[in-house]
Design a protein around this ligand. Sequence first.
Ligand SMILES: Nc1nc2c(ncn2[C@@H]2O[C@H](COP(=O)(O)OP(=O)(O)OP(=O)(O)O)[C@@H](O)[C@H]2O)c(=O)[nH]1
Ligand SMILES: [Mg+2]
Length: 687
Amino acid sequence: MQKQGLENIRNVVLLSHSGAGKTSASEAMLFTAEAIKRLGKVEEGTTTSDYDPDEIKRRISINLSLLPCQWKGAKINLIDTPGYSDFVGEVKAAIRVAEGAVIMVCAASGVEVGTEQTWSYCDQAELPRLIFINKMDRENADFYKTVGQIQSKFGSRCLPVQLPIGAQAGFQGVIDLLTMKSYTSSEAKETEFPSSLKSQADSYREKLIEAAAEVDDKLIEKYLEGGELSQEELGSGLRQAVVSGKVVPIFTGSALKNIGFKPFLDAICDFLPSAKERKVIIVSDSAKKAELIEPSQDAPLAALVFKTSADPYVGKLTYFRVYTGAISSNSQVWNTTRKGVERIGQLFMLRGKTQEPIPQLGAGDMGAVAKLTLTGTGDTLGSQDKPVKIAPIEFPEPAFSLAVHPKTKTDLDKLGAALTRLAEEDPTIRVRREVDTNETILSGIGESQLEVAADKMQRKFGVGVKLETPKVPYKETITVSAKAEYKHKKQTGGHGQYGHVLLALEPLPRGSGHEFADKVVGGRIPKNYIPAVEKGVNEAFKEGVLAHYPVTDLRATVYDGSFHPVDSSDICFKIAGAGALKKGLAEGQPILLEPIMNIKVTVPEDFTGDIIGDLNTKRARVQGMDTGGGVNVIEAQVPLAEILRYAIDLKSITQGRGNYRAEFSHYEEVPAHIAQKIIAERQAEKA
Ligand SMILES: Nc1nc2c(ncn2[C@@H]2O[C@H](COP(=O)(O)OP(=O)(O)OP(=O)(O)O)[C@@H](O)[C@H]2O)c(=O)[nH]1
Ligand SMILES: [Mg+2]
């Protein structure tokens, strides 16, 4: 692969809802650019991008893939991303290291929720973009209807630069409105212009010329005076318009039939910004503020790590994008995020699973290196002399959790290490231990993502796990003060057993936890036995009398008792302490407590009624609502037990347009009719 200057590199992310054809289109582009010899198919599991066994099995992309190719002297680093919303972390990482985006839209199904979502990510990142209307060969494919949808959702700045020749089974090729040339067949041979499309093409071309002229004072003057813009002027005007986001050109074709990709690769080179044209935000420790730096070859190294994966052959593989300077094989760099030296072994240029060893990677380019020890996703690799830190990638917070149960004892032993690596690979996955329920909780964006994670644990790390809905950490407490007495007395042959304890229990406010106090006077229980009583009480706090849940929010005071000079011992007083507490709990009109969460649901306005209606069925108390920009943020308090699968409910109510965050607020009494059910289930479980 030849060495590239910054201005000859295009880092381009492919985005869309699942199934629009990103992976197929990237395969067609690699084939057209002769980077691969055989055109693979998603259906057959043979594409360059979807090489992972989990991707082949499910026929969807799960990971971002780097797919470089050479086109007209430029190096294009295509980055294919998953369209399924659970894998949004990969999309965010890919967007961060690209200068331009291609949004794929299916000619038959049109603009979908996922299309709007990726569009808004591009807006947030201010990413110049091209639209490709794919699947023109498919039944029901309708270019003009799709263009209409695109324009009504994303504005009139979206303008066709191509028109299709034919549609569905009759789809043959495309007309380029800039050059007024037409291309048919997968070889993209230039053919005679179809005369039937002439007047339509002229009118679309006119709109394009006007939009291109508008970005440049000289061009608009010429245009308004009725002058013809030259081919060059038209191209450069359009480029400016695309780079500044004033125009989003629409292309079309068929990935399956490999039609339309030659002119599309041209367009990527001609219209999308080069690696030189997009500044990167850096944060400096000293100044404590963000600044922008320009990509440049002649500066110390600054490279952003945007992905970490566990490769079956080389081990941990770190993907990075160089912004300034260069990075060489067999060298040392400074990890400016973690402030430590990192040894760099062999660098690779990746194309799907292919790893081509390379000596160096320069500014603007991206690649990977194996076996870094210190470095994680989001870190900057740089130089110690001039340690710049690139602003890290912002990943969405996990919103869906499942409990992980190892299948066997061997699986249990390997579980911790596997989970650590899983979280290292996917920044949207978190692992934590829930002490109250004694479960390991795996959190992420959605159910499919966690299922894939479980498959991956089995395949990559040899750890078998079952995923289950997490248990709710219920607690128990009492509602009235109570007194209880317990005498542990046994006379068996020689040495007997004797411990006698009187406890007073009183409820404490929510969130107080449990306390133990000693008010024994006159040595009725000798001081040296009090710690044993406390131990017994504390142990009994671990399991309440209603449903074996931990006891909280009460004080147990030992105020009287008696002892035997020979038969008493620590163990006897421990038993008596525990026994007294159990009796007292039963006397104190015990209740079940459940965790209440503060939840913030962000949805487009139209869904507000449905969301509130649904929350009401979940015993929620809506506390308030923030409106603005067509989006409502609903705040509510809701029992954790009701929102264990809320990510799934929310997705189905809003077709994926909503998101939410929940955090623990406090414990509250479980309503009696629900408590009865929980107690019955728990007792059945214990039996
Ligand atoms: N008829 C037709 N089918 C296509 C075309 N492009 C892709 N497909 C099919 O559509 C399905 C999805 O294609 P993919 O390339 O996997 O789509 P994707 O956008 O990568 O999907 P995700 O990875 O899930 O986001 C596959 O069955 C493809 O064979 C096309 O141009 N025409
Ligand atoms: Mg794909």
